[in-house]
Design a protein around this ligand. Structure first.
Ligand code: HEM
Length: 380
């Protein structure tokens, strides 16, 4: 049975209080205040994951990602503290192709700069782990975690750990035979980050916005389109990762045409054809541009559809937010391309992608809430 506003009233019903006070680690239900506390904590966690994405982007854009050639989840938290330790770290870096072929002659001071970016990215990962674990234990001890929520929190924690391992798997691909990481692993790492972000945000919204639940069947079509939008933005993020991973933003720096053509020559240059989707700079950049237009078109369609749903004011507001965000994001993408990928613009473009994705998730979640009763009636 879907929860309704009355299930989550600000004063906890007596049986909920008794359940929470009964001494069981995971009560069946908790009061509204506990749900809100956990919800806001999860919003904070989603923000930290977003920050992690941006620091990861800066690490990549400053070519710092291969500076630490080992994965030591515990001891790696301590950076080199003596000149000898710095030199030993630098010597390890000197063994990899990136140093030999790209950074030959780099000074120790220059090495320290790229080291701190990568170290900062990994340190933030560890920090997020603790910022998750300690409040989680606190909330469990305080009997604030509902039985149904516990597995979801566990998925987040395990997902975060797996993401660390995936990051190392990505770094490994750049330590032998090549001077850069594999674009496939980069895309997997970025996609996993966006998935974790989406999951945390969705669960946070479940906890913070239960009052929306209703039975509006007239919004089902809008809900389906919003779901499509979220999936499309996610695909666009993966396409963006391939643009980034192949350094495709350093070519075809014109808009709207690519080398004077709408479809660039050499779009299907590679064989078999599907390799072009992942390994051909022209095709990867073209696909990213086209997907941007598709995302924009879906948002415009949603705004038009949503206009008539006059009573769903919150939904209409989010549609306008999305319209503004996609305009800014497409503008930032074009600017990033025309300016040949300066650090700050590429980072702004990445933040834009996160905001667009977040807004799309909030809209989709709201529409799922608004149509939840309807879903139950039709599936009963
Ligand atoms: C819905 C719109 C868009 C979204 C959600 C989006 C998202 C992204 C994402 C997530 C990345 C990867 C960033 C990274 O890994 O650091 C990226 C990269 C990139 N995007 Fe977009 N993008 C959009 C539209 C555009 C447009 C219209 C253009 C240009 C015509 C563009 C040009 C680029 C370029 C050049 C890069 C590579 C930047 C780099 O190397 O760091 N994007 N995009």
């Amino acid at each position: 049975m879907a929860r309704t506003a009355s299930d989550h009233g600000s004063s906890a019903p007596r049986d909920v209080e008794q359940d929470q006070a009964s001494g069981r680690f995971l009560p069946d239900r908790v009061d509204e205040a506990s749900r809100r506390q956990i919800g806001w904590w999860l919003v904070l966690m989603a923000l930290l994951v977003g920050l992690m994405v941006v620091v990861g982007g800066a690490t990549r854009l400053t070519d710092s990602g291969l500076s630490i050639t080992e994965w030591r989840p515990v001891t790696g938290a301590i950076p080199p503290l003596t000149t000898e330790a710095w030199q030993a770290e630098f010597d390890k870096y000197k063994q990899i192709p990136e140093y030999k072929l790209v950074n030959q002659g780099m000074t120790l001071a220059e090495f320290k700069t790229i080291f701190w970016w990568e170290w900062g990215h990994r340190f933030l990962g560890r920090f997020i782990g603790f910022a998750f674990l300690f409040p989680f234990v606190f909330f469990v001890l305080k009997r604030k975690v509902e039985r149904g929520l516990a597995p979801k929190l566990l998925i987040m924690f395990v997902g975060g750990g797996a993401q660390g391992a995936l990051g190392w798997f990505m770094v490994q691909s750049g330590l032998v035979d090549r001077v850069d990481v594999s674009q496939y692993r980069l895309a997997a790492h970025l996609a996993a980050a966006f998935l974790i972000f989406a999951y945390i945000l969705w669960i946070a919204l479940d906890l913070l916005m239960p009052q929306l639940r209703s039975k509006r069947s007239d919004l089902v079509r809008l809900r389906n389109w919003a779901t499509l939008l979220t999936v499309l933005v996610f695909i666009q993020v993966i396409l963006g990762a391939f643009v980034a991973g192949l350094h495709a933003g350093l070519s075809y720096n014109t808009w709207p045409l690519m080398d004077g053509q709408l479809v660039p020559a050499g779009y299907l240059f590679q064989s078999p054809w599907y390799l072009n989707l992942f390994e051909n700079i022209a095709a990867v950049q073209f696909n990213h541009r086209m997907a941007a237009y598709a995302v924009t078109a879906v948002i415009v369609a949603l705004v038009i559809m949503g206009r008539s749903k006059s009573s769903a004011i919150a939904v209409r507001q989010w549609l306008h937010v999305l319209l503004g965000l996609v305009g800014v994001q497409v503008g930032l993408g074009i600017w990033t391309l025309l300016a040949v990928v300066p650090l700050w613009l590429a980072l702004a473009h990445q933040v834009g992608a996160l905001l667009l994705f977040a807004a799309s998730i909030v809209l989709t979640h709201s529409l799922f809430s608004l149509t939840a009763g309807h879903r139950q009636l039709t599936t009963a």
